[in-house]
Design a protein around this ligand. Structure first.
Ligand code: SF4
Length: 299
């Protein structure tokens, strides 16, 4: 079977999602070609030490609430870090490569330093919030709602607190540093996305959105109003229209920024002299197209 034929068969099997998460929306806004590589081509990416540390820290902050309030102490949370790392490693053995040495062994000092950093992030949380006084209504909550347009919004919310008055607070932990004021809009976009989904699901606009930055020890809060969330919905619909347009035309533009330094796909990116792989979706000639000038189409 030739390469083209294989690509055609792959294309006919490739379902196109009609859902959007905050991270995929952020990918498209950051660089449409990056979105294509991740969502359409599904290219593998190397595990990152920072992202994996974030996963371990999130797991500790979530599971600590399994304990009675009086046991939710900093030393106990710190002590949970190695166990959560082992649990994650058992589920994803490929993460061992983060601490691999050239001769195929493991570097215990690098691992110990990385665990120490995770423990420090967990400890800093106790300077920002007091888990002995919190009883989250939800932790790691999966949310999903379909808009009238047919677009489904989905994602995971780290924590939802509900006050006795019924007011809802949406909390997200970040293991990095708080962004400079001029970049806070990007961080809040994710929170407004969650607020919109919760509002659509439960009929109540969350009272407060709270970002907890463990890297710098900052808490950023924002109180949304319905009109803003409606604006977020319009923005998401426009974003989705742009994604569909790119999917149909195969026109995924690269957008070079300083974040390219963290992109796993530089070797395939025209901005860095690379060539993307053949577009995996089928070409569907449009009736108005002159012969030989088909459009790349959704299947
Ligand atoms: S290297 Fe930069 S421009 Fe190229 S795909 Fe990655 S994020 Fe986009």
């Amino acid at each position: 079977m030739g390469t083209t034929e294989k690509a055609g068969r792959a294309a006919s099997r490739a379902p196109l999602s009609s859902s959007l998460s905050p991270s995929r929306a952020a990918d498209f806004m950051r660089c449409p070609l990056l979105y294509r590589f991740r969502v359409i081509d599904k290219l593998p990416e190397k595990p990152s030490a920072a992202a994996t540390r974030g996963t371990v820290v999130h797991a500790v902050l979530e599971r600590l609430f399994d304990s009675p309030a009086t046991d939710r102490t900093a030393p106990r949370a710190r002590a949970m870090v190695p166990g959560e790392w082992e649990r994650l490693l058992a589920a994803k053995p490929e993460l061992a490569e983060l601490f691999a040495t050239e001769d195929g062994g493991q570097d215990p000092e690098r691992l110990a330093g990385w665990l120490r950093e995770a423990e420090q992030l967990v400890e800093r949380w106790f300077t920002l919030e007091d888990p002995t006084r919190l009883e989250p209504a939800e932790r790691e909550l999966y949310v999903e709602t379909a808009l009238e347009s047919g677009l489904t919004l989905r994602g995971y919310i780290d924590r939802v607190d509900i006050a006795p008055t019924g007011e809802v607070r949406v909390v997200d932990y970040k293991t990095g540093r708080a962004p400079a004021p001029q970049y806070r809009g990007d961080a809040l976009f994710q929170m407004k996305f969650y607020a919109l989904v919760l509002w659509r699901l439960r009929g109540v606009v969350p009272r407060r959105l709270q970002l907890v930055y463990l890297g710098s020890g900052d808490v950023l809060t924002y109180d949304p109003v319905a009109a803003e969330l409606e604006a977020v919905e319009r923005k998401l619909l426009a974003l989705w229209a742009a994604i569909r347009e790119a999917t149909e035309t195969g026109n995924w533009q690269p957008r070079q920024t300083k974040l390219c330094g963290w992109c796993d796909h530089q070797a395939l990116c025209p901005e860095f002299g690379g060539t993307p792989p053949p577009y995996p979706l089928k070409v569907i000639p449009a009736q108005s197209d002159p012969p030989g000038q088909g459009r790349m189409g959704q299947v």
